[in-house]
Ligand binder design. Structure first.
Ligand code: FAD
Ligand code: NAI
Length: 475
């Protein structure tokens, strides 16, 4: 007799583990299956995000930023720090410890919420009476059944055709997060989120970094004015970003990697690198799920086909996070997990796709929510724009970080906020106010009339709101 659950979640990343906890809170008997292994072969729930994504990348961004500050910014404060060195092994050990704290935290949360955790690979066996049978292949093998199955199997790094990842010279996000020493020359292909974050880490630590981007525009999804400002800052830092390139043959040799490409001017270039990171997007992961056993529909890119509510065509089978359409973000996966658990319970779970924030954790940080100026133009929406530079913000001056601005876009007639775009210090935190405002369908005037603490970076958001009405007070 196989173990019977109400809900089985396959995948314990931010989508899956949060779905499992929410379903358990709602009174269901829940199992979560995750196959990620730590270095010792033990369970490491948390998925890409915890193990080789959000968390370790932010740990390295923090360490490398401290190093950069010690080398380049302490002196402004009167602090002399000569001979600053970086112990890469120690930095990586700290990152691994932060990852482990998060893995252990999730295992604790499973216990606390009475979620049964299975360490192993989950795959469909077939339909069972009133539900589905899922096989778990871990240290032991067993079948479990449930009325509802939530697929949360995430995504994997996309490889360039003909250039497989060896994680020695040709690296995915995984290898890029555990380089044992600083490469002299690092090339990254793709100047998206990973290219910029990982490029920043290793540049700050001393690598000569070049990022090759296929598109002619830099950060095409970002508001143009914000992307331009960010590019200026990255250029100043020495992060070399080449746009409009066509990558050709890549030779992975004993001493490193050679990348042949055609630059935007049509010239053939040969670039030798110690290490190459490929960061050209990610692909949905359904490997080993045995979707054929139940006839689960996948799209042409391998993603599980779902409706707006994360329902697949199979009754009782749901899919969330990176394995389905939409932005590949941890908080998007989490929101879908909560919403699906609530729908299973007959509630009205909801995800507002218009207010999902994006953050790129470079320095300066880039964060946005809602539509960009170019999108509003394309949609034919009449809008007003207000910007406020951190250069005119007292707290930013005190911090010594006055790069960038807050930009607010509001409907020309109703004044409703349609988008907020930030490049600058703590943009990742500042964006939360904009998300709340947009969820409550606030107007720019609402933000302009709210008392913001002084001195704080958040005053720049208030001033950007005032700028929408052309009446900034400090600029
Ligand atoms: P995943 O996190 O990929 O989890 C899926 C889990 O399912 C994995 O543990 C996998 O082992 C397991 N699994 C797969 N198949 C099976 C199976 N058959 N049986 C059992 N288990 C299985 N997003 C942000 O929002 N902010 C960030 O700062 C951020 N930084 C990132 C940095 C990097 C370098 C990368 C690569 C990604 C980053 N992301 C970030 C994206 C984020 O990691 C993903 O959007 C998020 O992890 C998706 O969550 P998920 O639960 O859908 O899938
Ligand atoms: P991405 O989609 O952000 O960027 C990929 C870039 O590679 C694009 O600019 C694209 O034009 C370019 N590209 C694609 N093919 C190319 C080719 N053949 N040659 C040259 N350039 C090419 O993908 P990335 O950076 O790999 O990250 C994957 C996803 O992980 C992100 O989309 C995001 O969802 C998530 N992520 C989120 C983070 C965050 O929220 N801070 C951090 C890191 C990743």
């Amino acid at each position: 007799m196989s173990k019977q659950f109400d809900v089985v979640v396959i995948g314990g990343g931010p989508g899956g583990y949060i779905a499992a906890i929410r379903a358990a809170q709602l009174g269901f008997q829940v199992a979560c299956i995750d196959e990620w292994k730590n270095a010792a072969g033990g369970p490491a729930p948390g998925g890409t995000c915890t193990n080789v994504g959000c968390i370790p990348s932010k740990a390295l961004l923090q360490s490398s930023e401290h190093f950069d500050h010690a080398n380049h910014h302490f002196a402004e404060h009167g602090i002399s720090a000569s001979g600053v060195t970086m112990d890469i092994a120690k930095m990586l050990a700290r990152k691994d410890m932060v990852v482990k704290q998060n893995n252990d935290g999730i295992l604790y949360l499973f216990k606390k919420n009475k979620v049964t955790f299975f360490h192993g690979r989950g795959s469909f066996v077939g339909q069972a009476e009133g539900g589905y049978t899922v096989h778990v292949a871990g240290k032991t093998e067993e079948d479990i059944t449930a009325k509802h199955v939530i697929i949360a199997t995430g995504s994997n790094a996309r490889a360039l055709p003909g250039t497989p990842f060896d994680e020695v010279n040709v690296l995915s996000n995984d290898g890029a997060l555990r380089l044992a020493s600083v490469p002299k020359k690092l090339v990254l292909i793709g100047s998206g989120v990973i290219g910029l974050e990982m490029g920043s880490v290793w540049r700050r630590l001393g690598a000569d970094v070049t990022i090759l981007e296929g598109l002619p525009t830099f950060l095409g999804a970002v508001d143009e004015q914000i992307a331009k400002e960010a590019k200026k800052a990255f250029d100043k830092q020495g992060l070399k970003i080449e746009l409009g390139v066509k990558v050709g043959e890549i030779v992975n040799g004993k001493k490193g990697v050679t990348v042949n490409y055609t630059n935007a001017k049509g010239e053939a270039v040969v670039l030798a690198a110690d290490k190459l990171v490929i960061s050209i997007g990610r692909v949905a992961n359904t490997i080993g799920l045995n979707t054929e056993a139940v006839g689960l529909q996948l799209d042409e890119r391998g993603a599980v086909v779902v409706d707006a509510d994360c329902r697949t065509k199979l009754p009782g089978v749901w899919a969330i996070g990176d394995v389905v359409r939409g932005p590949m973000l941890a908080h998007k996966a989490e929101e879908e997990g909560v919403a699906v658990a609530e729908r299973i319970a007959g509630q009205h779970g909801h995800v507002n796709f218009n207010t999902i924030p994006w953050v790129i954790y470079t320095s300066p940080e880039i964060a946005w929510v809602g539509r960009t100026e170019q999108q509003l133009k394309a949609d034919g929406v009449a809008y007003k724009a207000g910007t406020f530079p951190f250069l005119a913000n007292g707290r930013a001056r005190a911090l010594g970080d006055t790069t960038g601005m807050v930009k607010m876009l509001a409907d020309a007639k109703t004044d409703e906020i349609l988008g907020v775009h930030i490049v600058g210090p703590s943009a990742s935190e500042l964006i939360a106010e904009a998300v709340v405002a947009m969820e409550f369908r606030a107007s720019a005037e609402d933000i302009a009339r709210i008392c913001h603490a002084h001195p704080s970076l958040s005053e720049a958001t208030k001033e950007a709101a005032l700028a929408v009405d052309k009446r900034t007070l400090n600029f």
